[in-house]
Design a protein around this ligand. Structure first.
Ligand SMILES: O=c1ccn([C@@H]2O[C@H](COP(=O)(O)OP(=O)(O)O[C@H]3O[C@H](CO)[C@@H](O)[C@H](O)[C@H]3O)[C@@H](O)[C@H]2O)c(=O)[nH]1
Length: 498
C-alpha cells in the first residue's frame, strides 16, 4: 500500500512555516508523504536557506503558489498581504489540489492548513479533500478567537472587531496641555483628532475580561488583529479572524502547538482543540528547517567557550522592528549587564540599517558579546551556557524556551505576544516583564535590573525546570500530546482517500 499523502499549508510567516514544517517532519517520520505548500516568496527563502542540504528527507516535497503580491512589495504589511492572498490563493490552491489529485498514485488523503488560513477549508471541501487545522500559536489565542461572538455580545468589541466609541476614554490624555494650543489651527487639528478618535473605534480597549477561570485576564489588545498601527490593517485582519472562526467550527480535527499542562484553562474553552506540542527538531534528532534567513551556526562554537548558565540570549523572532533609540538602548542595556550575551540582530530589525550600534559599542563588548543575523535558535536554547532568554514572546520562542527550562525576560512586540507574556510572568512565573520609562522606552538600567533579578533569584530557574519537565513529559510515551498526535494519525489512516 502506498504511503498516505497529506498537503500542508502554513500562513506566510516565519513563525508559522517553521512549526508546520516541523509537524510535517513528524508526519513523514510516521510514514506519510507530505506536500508542503508555501507562497512563492517564502518558498524561495526556505529553499535558499537549505543551501542544497536535504534536511527534509524524501517524503517532504516543497511546492509553492503565488500570494498575489509583487516580489518587491512589503510582506510585513500584514493588511495588504492578507487582502492580496485572499484574492489569489483560494484559486491557486484549488488548481494545486486538482493537479495533485489528477496523478493516480498521489491522491490526497488529507489537507492540513494553518489555523490562520482556515478559509482554505472551504476550498478543500469543494475539492472533496478532508481538512484539519494546525494552530502554531497558544491555545489561549485560539480560545480568544473562539470567544469573539461573546466579546461582541458583551460590547467589548463591535462587529468589526473594534472597541465601540462609548468605551473609549473620551477625554484627552492627562498630560495634554491646552495652554500650548496657541494657534487656532492647532486647536482645530486637536478637536478633529479627538472627534475621529472617538468615532472611528480602536480595538485597544483596556477593559479586562477573563474567558475561563484558570486563564489570565485579557483585554481586546490581546487579539491578533489589534495593535497593528492602522485601522485598515486591523479591520482586514479582523475579517480574516472572522472567516477563520466560521471555518474552524466545521473542522473535525484541530491541532495546536501547546500542551494541556501549560494551558489547561484555554483547552476547556475549545475542547475540540488537541495539543501536540512541544514540536522541536531535537525530538526527532534532526535540524530545524524552514528558515527565511540563513542560520549563523558559528555562534554554537562561541557558546561552547562560555561558562555554564552564563549567557543572555536575546532574540525577537521575525517581525519585531525596534526604532533606533530603542535599539541603541537595548545595546547599552546588554553592555551594562556585564555578562556574555548572544544577540540576534536580524538584517531588518531596525528601519535604519547603517550605524545602528552606539558609538564604540562593538569594540567595548567584543570580548563577551556576539551579534548575529539569525541563530539556530532551538540549538542555542538547548546549550548549557544559556542563562536566560530575552524574548519578544512569540509562541514558538515561548515553547522553545519553556522546553529547555530557561527563565525569560519579556519584551513583547505585538499581537498575542502580550498574552504569552502574561503566561510567562503571571501564570507560570518563569520570567519578568520590562517596564517602560517616562520616555516610553525600555531603558538600559531597567534591562540590567531585570536581568539581575531573574538570574539572582534561584526560584525562576527552579520553576522553569519544573515547567520543562511537565512540557517534555507530554511528548514521551503515554504523554498527552503524544496520544493526541497518534489519534490524529489513526484518523487519517482509517479514512484514506478523498
Ligand atoms: O534567530 C532566530 C530567531 C528565531 N528563530 C526561530 O523562528 C521562530 C520564530 O517564531 P516565534 O517565536 O513564534 O516568533 P514570530 O516569528 O514573531 O512569530 C509569529 O507567529 C507566532 C505563531 O503564531 C506568533 O506567536 C507571533 O506573535 C508572531 O509574530 C522560532 O521557531 C525560532 O526558533 C530562529 O531559528 N532563529
Amino acid at each position: 500500500m502506498s504511503r498516505p499523502h497529506i498537503l500542508v499549508m502554513p500562513a506566510p510567516a516565519q513563525g508559522h512555516v517553521i512549526p508546520l514544517l516541523e509537524f510535517s517532519q513528524c508526519l513523514a517520520k510516521h510514514g506519510f508523504r507530505v506536500t508542503f505548500v508555501n507562497t512563492d516568496y517564502d518558498h524561495k527563502r526556505v529553499v535558499e536557506s537549505l543551501e542544497g542540504k536535504n534536511d527534509l528527507g524524501e517524503q517532504i516535497h516543497l511546492v509553492s503558489i503565488p500570494d498575489g503580491m509583487e516580489p518587491w512589495e512589503d510582506r510585513n504589511d500584514l493588511g495588504k498581504l492578507t487582502e492580496k492572498f485572499l484574492q489569489v490563493m483560494p484559486g491557486k490552491l484549488a488548481e494545486l489540489i486538482e493537479e495533485i489529485n489528477s496523478r493516480e498514485d498521489e491522491k490526497l488523503d488529507c489537507f492540513i492548513a494553518d489555523g490562520y488560513m482556515a478559509w482554505s477549508m472551504e476550498v478543500a471541501k469543494k475539492m472533496n479533500v478532508r481538512g484539519a487545522l494546525f494552530w502554531p500559536s497558544s491555545a489561549a489565542s485560539v480560545a480568544l478567537l473562539f470567544h469573539i461572538p461573546k466579546l461582541i455580545d458583551d460590547g467589548i468589541i463591535d462587529s468589526h472587531g473594534m472597541i465601540p466609541c462609548h468605551l473609549i476614554p473620551y477625554f484627552p490624555p492627562a498630560n495634554f496641555n491646552f495652554d500650548a494650543c496657541h494657534s487656532r489651527s492647532l486647536l482645530y487639528a486637536t478637536v478633529i483628532f479627538f472627534v475621529l478618535y472617538s468615532t472611528s473605534g480602536t480595538p485597544m480597549s483596556k477593559q479586562m475580561f477573563r474567558i475561563a477561570p484558570n486563564m489570565p485576564e485579557m483585554n481586546a489588545g490581546d487579539c491578533f488583529w489589534t495593535d497593528m498601527g492602522d485601522l485598515t490593517t486591523e479591520r482586514i485582519l479582523f475579517d480574516l479572524a472572522d472567516k477563520d472562526l466560521k471555518a474552524m467550527r466545521a473542522v473535525k480535527f484541530q491541532l495546536c502547538h501547546s500542551t494541556y499542562e501549560l494551558e489547561a484553562g484555554a483547552f476547556t474553552v475549545v475542547p475540540e482543540l488537541l495539543p501536540i506540542g512541544p514540536l522541536l527538531a531535537s525530538n526527532r534528532l534532526g535540524n530545524t528547517t524552514g528558515h527565511f534567513w540563513r542560520e549563523d551556526s558559528s555562534c554554537l562554537e562561541w557558546l561552547d567557550q562560555q561558562q555554564p548558565s552564563s549567557v543572555i540570549y536575546a532574540a525577537f523572532g521575525s517581525f519585531t522592528i525596534l526604532d533606533q533609540v530603542q535599539f541603541q538602548e537595548l545595546a547599552l542595556g546588554l553592555e551594562f549587564c556585564n555578562r556574555p550575551f548572544l544577540w540576534v540582530v536580524r538584517p531588518d530589525i531596525t528601519t535604519d540599517a547603517n550605524d545602528r550600534y552606539p558609538e564604540g559599542f562593538q569594540e567595548r563588548v567584543a570580548a563577551r558579546g556576539r551579534m548575529i543575523g539569525w541563530a539556530p535558535q532551538q540549538k542555542v536554547l538547548n546549550h548549557p551556557s544559556i542563562a536566560c532568554f530575552l524574548s519578544h514572546c512569540g509562541w514558538n520562542s515561548t515553547m522553545e524556551g519553556v522546553s529547555n527550562g530557561i527563565p525569560f525576560l519579556c519584551w513583547p512586540y505585538f499581537a498575542e505576544q502580550f498574552l504569552n507574556e502574561r503566561y510567562i510572568c503571571d501564570i507560570w512565573k518563569v520570567g519578568l516583564r520590562f517596564d517602560k520609562n517616562e520616555n516610553g522606552i525600555i531603558g538600559r538600567e531597567e534591562i540590567k535590573n531585570k536581568v539581575e533579578q531573574v538570574l539572582g533569584d534561584q526560584d525562576f530557574e527552579t520553576r522553569a525546570l519544573k515547567l520543562k519537565g511537565k512540557a517534555m513529559n507530554c511528548i514521551r510515551e503515554g504523554g498527552s500530546s503524544r496520544k493526541k498526535f497518534q489519534n490524529f494519525l489513526e484518523w487519517v489512516k482509517k479514512h484514506p482517500g478523498t
